[in-house]
Design a protein around this ligand. Structure first.
Ligand code: CP
Length: 330
């Protein structure tokens, strides 16, 4: 075990991310992303047991928006590493945020208890300002409509585990609304940087914001946008991909809801599309960042070889273990 810990420490030091914050996926270099994959692979044997290398270290998870996966996966990762977790899942009710304490003050205070903080917040500007008040490293657990960098890390790691590479893969990020898809934004940056052939499929009126597309194109000039496909056109289009990436979207409520549901239907992934690909010996994986809503894909895909959204759940623990180690150190 001593030899394993020494080897882990070498890998952690080699990443060069101790004490840093992870706010955007672009805070990591390509080399650091690949080194994180290698570290995640090293700790993978412990993602269902205990490695116990961070005793006495504490994580605080501060979630101002609901979460199942991000919070529990981080908490599981910290527990697997032998650390401890304190959490606020309803800060607007149970913390002093309910008494109008500012997020800046909360971060300053909590960072004196914690060695690392994971923050999810609906307002990206407020969240980003508050990060500077923390004395310990902070992980963006999804800020507003900005980014969700660890979702893309876990999805990239899952792809790397399935294909052994990212470069050259054909990936379609698809959602009717790519304005508000924070997971889609992080993933677009990362896939473009790592050399995937990237396609962004959405409604033209809800296309990825130009500020994001400009950066994405600077990383990789081959990125394409495709708009306003019908269901058949969309399924025909994705049948040529290696991966369909569904970042989900928040359907509007009220009078626009029914109309939007009809549009969403055009981005429905058919079971037959996936089945046909695998029958022709072509791997066509589907991932969804989850939670998903009825009408986004045929649920029979869950039991098909194309499913990787549930496979990604366990990989998320490995990559988050690696990330925590790389930020706290050994
Ligand atoms: N994918 C994701 O962020 O899920 P949660 O909202 O459940 O954390």
């Amino acid at each position: 075990m001593e030899r394993e810990v020494r080897s882990l420490k070498k890998s952690v030091d080699d990443i060069g991310f101790i004490g840093k914050n992870l706010i955007s996926i672009n805070d990591l270099t390509n080399e650091q992303i690949y080194k994180l994959f290698e570290l995640a692979y090293m700790v993978e044997p412990w993602n269902r047991s205990k490695l116990n290398v961070l005793p006495g270290c504490q994580m605080a998870t501060l979630f101002f928006q609901p979460s199942t996966r991000t919070r529990m996966s981080f908490e599981t990762a910290m527990n697997r590493l032998g650390g401890m977790v304190i959490t606020e899942t309803t800060p607007l009710i149970t913390s002093s945020s309910a008494k109008e304490e500012t997020l800046n003050d909360m971060m300053e205070v909590v960072s004196k208890y914690a060695n690392i903080i994971v923050l999810r917040h609906p307002d990206e500007n407020e969240a980003m300002e508050a990060v500077s008040y923390s004395e310990c490293p902070v992980i963006n657990g999804a800020f507003g409509h900005f980014e969700h960098p660890t979702q893309s890390l876990l999805d990239l790691y899952t792809i790397w585990r399935m294909y052994g590479k990212i470069e050259g893969l054909k990936v379609c990020i698809a959602s009717p609304d790519l304005i508000h898809a924070r997971t889609g934004h992080s993933m677009a940056y990362a896939l473009a940087r790592l050399g995937a052939d990237l396609y962004m499929a959405s409604l033209e009126r809800l296309r990825t914001p130009e500020s994001i597309m400009q950066k994405v194109r600077n990383f990789n000039s081959k990125v394409k946008e495709v708009f306003d496909q019908s269901k058949d056109e969309f399924n025909e289009f994705i049948s040529d991909m290696d991966l369909v990436y569904l970042p989900g979207c928040s359907a509007p409520k009220g009078e626009d809801a029914e109309e939007f549901k009809k549009i969403m239907d055009n981005y429905y992934v058919k079971y037959e599309t996936i089945e046909r690909a695998f029958k022709a010996n072509k791997r066509l994986y589907v991932t969804h960042t989850l939670p998903r809503r009825p009408g986004e894909m045929d649920l029979r895909i869950d039991k098909s070889p194309g499913e990787i959204y549930f496979k990604a759940i366990l990989y998320s623990v490995s990559i988050r273990m690696a990330l925590i180690l790389s930020m706290i150190g050994l």
